[in-house]
Ligand binder design. Sequence first.
Ligand code: GAR
Length: 193
Amino acid sequence: MKNIVILVSGGGSNMQAIVRASLHENWAQKLDARVCAVISNRADSAGLAWAREQGLATELVSHRDHATREAFDEQLALQIDAQTPSLVVLAGFMRILTPGFVARYAGRLVNIHPSLLPAFPGLDTHRRAIEAGCRFAGATVHQVTAELDHGEILGQAVVPVLAGDRPEQLAARVLSQEHRLYPRAIAALLPSL
Ligand code: GAR
């Protein structure tokens, strides 16, 4: 059984979808891997609290306790490597990672981004998609490379942008599709790892 480590910063709903898929709670979202640890950079992450309640191994590596990005990433890598994962999954992990960290996990570090990349890398994707007049928006699972929100695209989900959509309405529509997309994209990647 392959091990997955998930990194979260916030609510962790994508992490929950991946954990549920790994527990085979829904046949359509079956993932033959084990989530061996959830790591967060924020003590107040609801995702971290949920993982702890589930009895999953959890770690807090606060970026505030580290003077540099390199020092933070080094500590993060120590915690990750202790789990010997096949795959490291960023699920709403809101820290920019150093090139050294990214290189260390090349090919086995994936992210989900709430836009149809290569459109709208970075933050505030839903407001930008609405303001640009997009008729469709969505989410992308991609390999993580040193360039932010680039890297090979592993899967995408598309949703319509509806007339009068506010960013938070579009975000909710996209997020519900992320929960289907991410476990599937991981399941497709796992055999090659
Ligand atoms: C998701 O929409 C994810 O795509 C986005 O943060 C949200 C996390 O939600 N990620 C990024 O913006 C990464 N730059 P979750 O914590 O409920 O999974």
